[in-house]
Design a protein around this ligand. Structure first.
Ligand SMILES: O=C(O)CCC(=O)C(=O)O
Length: 268
């Protein structure tokens, strides 16, 4: 198995289609610690991604039908004017058995444990829909500003691509090396108190690398790593499931938004 030196994606060429559990190599972990993110190709099969999409679509329909007016601005994608489309759903690991199965999959857990150590839990999780023809961008932020963990090294996000994520449909962009820097105070636009983001004055000094990811592959990022996603100008969906893992010593000590500790799911 090879690790590309100029990029954080692990080659899939010598990988079987169905992933068996393996730890990350020392070189992969070193790359993650250097750049603040790492992509591992084809952790899940296209069929698994399709099954998750069918499940979250069913859930999304019932969620939308019951969504109170007061929460529409946060959960709906404002960029798609022609129809009502969800932007995101919270805590799928709590609501959907299929997401719990993903979170517990030995192939994924072995990778997560390589990054933050054994004994991991999912503290929070999200589905991002990024619909075609208008799905909006996600502004640059650091997960650890939102989560406020007692130990910034104890958090990793496993971002599972349910569709191919490309430049056209809104892949993630990372500020490489920002994992080795501080967590900065974030700001929120008027009327959007939940939409916390890094101030432009800091982003002006920080290049962000686009990171396309194939369906079924997992992009891991450190909680301090600057990241954002682009808009979806294409005709294709860009759906993803983000599982925010912590190790057994880590908890959200001073979160910027309310997170329900009771939903924390022990995995290993
Ligand atoms: O998928 C996106 O557009 C945003 C993802 C994100 O911010 C995260 O996984 O922490």
């Amino acid at each position: 198995m090879t690790v590309k030196s100029m990029n954080s994606s692990v080659s899939a060429v010598d990988r079987p289609a169905s992933r068996s559990a393996r730890a990350l190599s020392d070189a992969e972990v070193a790359l993650y610690r250097h750049l603040g993110h790492l992509t591992v190709d084809r952790v899940f099969s296209p069929e698994q991604a399709e099954a998750v999409i069918a499940d979250i679509e069913r859930w999304g329909e019932s969620f939308l039908a019951e969504l109170p007016e007061s929460q529409r601005a946060w959960y709906l994608d404002a960029g798609v004017g022609a129809r009502t489309v969800l932007r995101k759903l919270d805590n799928p690991h709590h609501h959907r058995e299929m997401i719990r199965e993903l979170a517990r999959s030995p192939a994924l857990v072995a990778l997560v444990e390589s990054l933050i150590g054994p004994g991991v839990s999912v503290y929070f999780s999200q589905i991002f829909f990024k619909p075609p023809e208008g799905g909006g961008p996600k502004p640059a932020h650091q997960d650890n500003f939102y989560f406020g963990p007692n130990d910034p090294e104890g958090v990793v996000t496993a971002w599972i691509a349910l569709d191919d994520a490309t430049l056209e449909n809104g892949c993630l962009y990372f500020g490489e090396g920002t994992n080795r820097g501080p967590v900065y105070p974030h700001v929120a636009p008027a009327g959007e108190p939940f939409n916390l983001q890094l101030p432009q004055s800091i982003l002006d000094r920080q290049p962000m690398q686009p990171t396309p990811v194939m369906r079924g592959s997992v992009s891991f990022h450190h909680g301090n790593t600057f990241h954002r996603s682009g808009p979806n100008h294409s005709t294709r969906w860009r759906r993803a499931c983000a599982l925010h893992y912590v190790n057994e010593r880590t908890f959200f000590e001073h979160p910027a938004l309310p997170y329900d500790d009771a939903l924390k799911l022990r995995i290993s």
